[in-house]
Ligand binder design. Structure first.
Ligand SMILES: [Zn+2]
Length: 438
């Protein structure tokens, strides 16, 4: 009786409190698919197998949504040759409910990224990429998905390091604004319009931590950008961040019990499942599209190139690339950023495709001449140089353009005036001549 009297006085508050309930929600998620349409060397991944797994998880699921944390484009010959568009067409068959943009979705320029937004039949949300006048690149900063009686607001977000991950010509006037401020702004706006807010981010590990601690209004973050998946979710005060392995190696599944009064998870369980192509039957419609597009490139890339006597991991592949860069250009020093090495050298017969997978970017090699004293420490390593003598250094145009970044030369002002060609072609030439990689 007393409770009801109070409720009359606070009608609005009580209405919410009294109707609050627990509802289930399942979020399936992937990130950084990177156009790897076919399974990897380890037989994990492949779009047709990912689709099969998603459909298996979705069967009889009335509370499932499927999200993608960005970077659909870039990473395989189909993407490089056709500038990503077919990959978005195939992604339409995966049954995504929402996605966000990744930095590599800008590799073919912002106008192509706009085409990706138009091509996707699912909403791609991104809230903090703006132009000179502050207008959004993506007309959809968020989407509200209705599932199992819940209104799930999904806000898209891009890492603030976008600038150092792209080249200026690709971005034009478009740049990121504060991740935390933008997330707060939309969380406020969506509070009354939703039962749960999810941030779908293509963000760094530091940014995952920052959002988790500084924006408590957002209880669930589905992340991407870092390619290594999490072993367990990142959590704080009942809030949760999840992310899986890249290249469709894993599918994540976050099962939530949502308290609609608190608009937060009452509990959650998370697992990350390997997309094992040896254990799944491929989804036929997706397999047909994958075959169609792979057939378009196979003549160009599935030609024998060299033989590798052993498997070479990504760190050592960087050294092999640097050696190839030096030898092909006759330079004294070479530097390749580790993040630009997109695959490892497998053992056995190497096809041109392997080099495309390692170096999918249309980066160019550029050289410059510098006094020993001006050579960056990351380039020198243990080698001693004469500070007054001149040396040549070869890098990619990406490294030259973002030389100040940690990932690159950690310096500024170095000029690389000579363009010596498309990096992938230079590498292909080197492997072709070498024939055997020891
Ligand atoms: Zn990324």
């Amino acid at each position: 009786m007393k409770r009801w009297t109070r409720c009359l006085a606070l009608a609005l508050l009580c209405a919410t409190a009294l109707t609050a309930e627990i509802r289930t929600l399942t979020i399936l998620h992937v990130n950084d698919l990177h156009s790897r349409l076919l399974p990897l060397e380890n037989k994990h991944g492949g779009f047709a197998y990912l689709a099969a797994m998603v459909r298996r998880e979705r069967a009889n699921c009335t509370d499932c949504i499927f999200l993608n944390g960005g970077d659909v484009a870039q990473g395989s010959p189909v993407s490089t040759i056709f500038h990503g568009l077919p990959v978005f067409e195939i992604a339409n068959l995966l049954g995504l409910d929402a996605g966000t943009l990744g930095n590599h979705d800008f590799d073919y320029g912002w106008m192509q990224a706009r085409k990706f937004l138009d091509t996707a039949k699912y909403p791609i949300v991104s809230s903090n990429i703006v132009g000179a006048d502050g207008g959004l690149l993506d007309p959809k900063p968020f989407v509200i998905l209705k599932v199992n009686g819940l209104r799930v607001a999904v806000i898209g977000a891009m890492t603030e390091s976008l600038k150092t991950l792209t080249i200026p010509a690709a971005m034009g006037e478009w740049h990121t604004i504060s991740l935390v401020e933008t997330a707060r702004k939309y969380a406020r706006e969506l509070k009354d319009k939703s039962d749960l807010i999810v941030l779908l981010g293509h963000i760094t590990g530091g940014e995952e931590q920052e959002l988790l601690s500084k924006v408590p209004e957002i209880p669930v973050i589905v992340s991407g950008h870092i390619h290594s998946g999490m072993e367990k979710p990142l959590t704080l005060d009942g809030r949760v961040v999840v992310r899986v392995k890249s290249y469709a190696e894993e599918l994540g599944r976050l099962d939530l019990k949502v308290d609609t009064g608190k608009k937060a998870p009452a509990s959650w369980e998370w697992k990350h499942m390997v997309v094992d192509s040896t254990q799944l039957a491929p989804a036929e419609d997706v397999a047909a599209q994958v075959k169609h597009w792979e057939d378009e490139v196979t003549k160009q890339v599935d030609t024998p190139l060299a033989v590798s006597k052993r498997a070479i991991d990504k760190r050592e592949t960087k050294l092999v690339i640097e050696r190839a860069m030096r030898e092909q250009t006759g330079s004294d020093f070479a530097f390749m950023n580790q993040g630009g090495v997109r695959d490892a050298i497998p053992q056995g017969q190497l096809l041109e495709r392997h080099i495309w997978n390692i170096m999918p970017f249309d980066n160019r090699l550029v050289t410059g001449t510098f006094k020993g004293r001006d050579l960056p420490a990351v380039v020198l390593g243990d080698r001693k140089v004469d500070p007054d003598k001149e040396y040549t250094l070869v890098v990619s145009d990406f490294t030259a353009g973002n030389q100040q970044a940690n990932e690159n030369l950690r310096t500024s002002g170095l000029q690389f005036p000579n363009d010596v060609g498309l990096m992938r072609d230079v590498l292909l030439d080197w492997f072709r001549k070498k024939k055997v990689i020891e």
